[in-house]
Design a protein around this ligand. Structure first.
Ligand SMILES: Cc1ncc(COP(=O)(O)O)c(C=O)c1O
Length: 422
């Protein structure tokens, strides 16, 4: 069943003859992973099997997966393989062999996010994808851009830079988070949108506390008022199902090195077909007004091994399945929340349900400095995590992953017990 599933998945995008002819290149890193189908396993056995596909630190318990995910071993091996191959004769292997398989990689990736290969560009990260939109849009003095104070810092910086240079006006959305009130979340955006608004920027899952925003409904409101919509999906791809087409948005950018577990330094950009012509690429190509996505991929010589190894990351991801992964992440988060929420001084600053909450958990301990807590966790329990402070949110940010052991979470719970003892 497992092998059949993988073959079926491969066949889905290996349907063209050009793709079939490259199958031998794909084979070692897409079709030979350990069977990850669920049948016959208990939950516990299954997720231990998944963990074996990774190379986690023997020293640290990594609870900062929201920063960047580790790659499964098969992905690491693929990166090395294509990197070594490139070094045998770089311009031959990189440009005549590996790069020519890019369309196949894009087709498989597009399949995951509900569009076609020709609808996306491979870029280096979410910042590059989103800044292509921020700096490439034709905007003039007085045009307004709506964005949240909980947007990712570099996205805010990019819009601030654009505002400073071009005189566009930024309208900031304030959100009282965490929130599970869909109407409230939509209204906060709605209130800032008017007939000067050219684009509304929505972070689907915020890095600050894992809040999930009702992106589809916010997009509907924005579109009804004639604004375009850009979505930061850095934490969505690979963490929860995403169907770009059904969102009816104009632009979307994501990292692939976060929850998809693709190589570090990979990302995707989606631009609606009718918006491609007017969006200038960040790095110039022969025709900046072209209506295809390839114009966004001219970034000089780059590491094609990384792009090529997105494919085994996808095969690995699909062998588990987005839905199962999302449920497991929810389970892990709930496992922590249930054990720490009633400890003295603790406030959970993330939504705990699956509709508005994600794999990212923000924990506040009264009277403690977040920086000190992060240090203590590392020094005394070998737990690696980070802090998160923005607007009213303040705490240590905990983000487990599918390879995280329950015993590791038990260590975190023990640490919290000790840290909250008065
Ligand atoms: C919400 C959000 N958007 C964008 C980014 C930028 O991602 P990248 O590092 O891939 O550019 C991050 C990174 O953490 C993020 O959390």
């Amino acid at each position: 069943m497992g092998v059949q599933y993988r073959r079926k998945f491969l066949q889905q995008f290996l349907s063209g003859s050009a793709a079939l002819s490259v199958y031998p290149w794909l084979c070692p890193f897409a079709d030979e992973i350990t069977d990850l189908t669920f049948e016959g396993d208990t939950e516990d056995r299954y997720w231990k099997k998944v963990r074996k596909q990774y190379t986690p630190s023997k020293k640290f318990i990594n609870l900062n997966n929201a920063g960047v995910n580790p790659q499964a071993k098969i992905v690491q091996d693929a990166v090395s393989y294509y990197e070594n191959l490139s070094n045998e004769a770089p311009s031959y292997y990189m440009w005549r062999i590996i790069d020519r398989q890019k369309d196949m990689v894009k087709e498989a990736l597009a399949n995951l996010v509900g569009v076609k290969g020709e609808d996306i560009a491979l870029v280096r990260n979410a910042s590059e994808a989103l800044e292509t939109v921020i700096f490439g849009l034709p905007l003039k003095r007085g045009d307004e851009v709506v964005l949240s104070k909980h947007a990712y810092p570099h996205i805010k910086f990019a819009w601030q830079q654009r505002a400073e240079r071009d005189g566009i006006k930024l309208k900031w959305v304030s959100l009282d988070l965490p929130s599970s009130d869909q109407r409230y979340l939509i209204n906060q955006f709605d209130e800032q949108i008017n007939n000067q608004t050219k684009i509304v920027c929505v972070t689907h899952i915020t890095n600050w506390n894992g809040q999930v925003l009702p992106v589809k409904q916010i997009a509907e409101v924005a579109k009804a008022k004639g604004a375009e919509v850009m979505v930061d999906a850095a934490h969505t791809v690979g963490q929860r199902p995403l169907d770009i087409k059904s969102l009816k948005i104009d632009y979307l950018g994501s990292s692939l090195h976060k929850w998809l577990g693709a190589p570090f330094g990979t990302g995707l950009l989606y631009v609606h077909p009718t918006k491609r012509g007017k969006l200038y690429p960040l790095m110039a190509g022969p025709n900046p007004k072209a209506k295809h996505m390839k114009k966004f991929e001219h970034s000089g010589t780059k590491n094609v091994a990384l792009e090529r190894a997105i494919l085994p990351a996808l095969v690995f991801h699909n062998s588990i399945g987005t839905e199962r992964k999302m449920q497991r992440l929810q389970f892990l988060k709930t496992y922590i929340v249930d054990r720490i929420k009633d400890m003295p001084g603790i406030t959970i600053q993330s939504p705990t349900g699956i509709e508005f909450g994600s794999a990212i958990l923000l924990v506040h301990i009264k009277g403690e400095k977040n920086f000190d807590l992060v240090q203590k966790l590392e020094r005394n329990w070998n737990i690696h995590c980070t802090l998160s402070e923005n607007e009213m949110l303040s705490g240590i940010r905990i983000s487990p992953n599918i390879y995280t052991l329950l015993s590791e979470l038990d260590t975190f719970v023990e640490a919290m017990k000790s840290l909250t003892k008065i």
